[in-house]
Write a protein that binds this ligand. Structure first.
Ligand code: MG
Length: 300
């Protein structure tokens, strides 16, 4: 495996597409995933085994996983919310799974229909099975910087849920700025609070949204703190369900460009990402949300 300084964790096929309104066929999703692997991405979150009625865009998850061209050296995590999703993950031959909760109680109730404690209980059997089976696991901790219902979120709330996720057995935490409100000082405040609770950078990934144009600045701040895993979505797909029309996930091409300029190795080819971004832009029938997608790399 190529030596890397920074891991780029691609969330486009799952987190990116789940918020897109246009119906996308399973063939197009599979082609998108192949293009992402062609670009050198080695962690590609493929889909979510939620209820098909909860997220219609990912209702084809079982078919997608059955037909997925799993390449050696590429991890294809899937989101598994509960025991029913676990059955489907086992049937699909999953080896890497994610669970999802929030730092904000109100967001958890609105987004998951459960309290934070109830969400932890719902995916406890998933993590227990994963531990026995030797699967890689990740826990999403959303609304770590701000909540669309409660406003600012205290770092103590983030630390508390982070500790519960790690105690439940997740290998890695993805700390999410779900509504894209954080700036670099917020990143330093939250990461230092996690570190103060004994949670090291080796357990942390950052999941920034570019809703207000701060995602790349936040990555830079997190790099200075020693964070070495970032989530991003090729083409900047995902939008923001709480701000219609606004940008969502940090675009992989914007992240790759920054890391290249910083001289950090990540194993991903910008032109390959731009090709995948162009494909998903065509599929969705709208222009790319990313800066580098519009301007291209440099030097050419
Ligand atoms: Mg996201």
């Amino acid at each position: 495996m190529t030596q890397v300084d920074v891991r780029i964790y691609e969330v486009g096929p799952r987190d990116g597409l789940q918020n897109e309104r246009a119906a996308i066929g399973v063939d197009a999703k599979l082609q998108f995933i192949d293009l992402l692997a062609d670009a050198g991405l080695r962690e590609i979150e493929a889909t979510s085994l939620v209820s098909p009625t909860a997220i219609p865009q990912l209702a084809d998850a079982d078919e997608l996983l059955a037909r997925l061209n799993r390449r050696p050296g590429v991890r294809y995590p899937v989101l598994v919310p509960n025991a029913r999703g676990l059955e489907r993950a086992v049937a699909a031959g999953a080896e890497a799974i994610c669970v999802f909760t929030a730092a904000s109680e109100t967001f958890s109730r609105h987004n998951l229909g459960m309290s934070i404690s109830e969400s932890l209980a719902a995916f406890a059997p998933v993590l227990a099975h994963a531990g026995e089976a030797g699967w890689w696991t990740r826990g999403y901790l959303s609304t770590a910087f701000g909540c669309p219902y409660e406003g600012p979120v205290a770092e103590a709330a983030v630390v508390s849920v982070a500790e519960r996720l790690l105690a439940a057995g997740v290998d890695e935490l993805s700390i999410g700025d779900t509504i894209g409100v954080a700036g670099p000082s917020d990143v330093r405040r939250v990461v230092r609070a996690l570190n103060g609770a004994g949670i090291g950078q080796d357990r942390l990934a950052m999941h920034f949204h570019d809703t207000r144009g701060t995602a790349v600045a936040n990555v830079s701040a997190a790099l200075d703190l020693g964070i070495r895993c970032f989530d991003s979505s090729t083409g900047g797909t995902g939008g923001c369900p709480y701000a219609p029309g606004a940008a969502g996930n940090l675009a992989t091409e914007d992240l790759v460009y920054l890391l290249d300029r910083e001289g950090l190795r990540h194993g991903v080819d910008l032109d390959g990402v731009l090709a995948a971004a162009a494909f998903i832009s065509d599929t969705l029938g709208r222009p790319l949300a990313s800066k580098v997608g519009q301007a291209g790399g440099w030097p050419a």
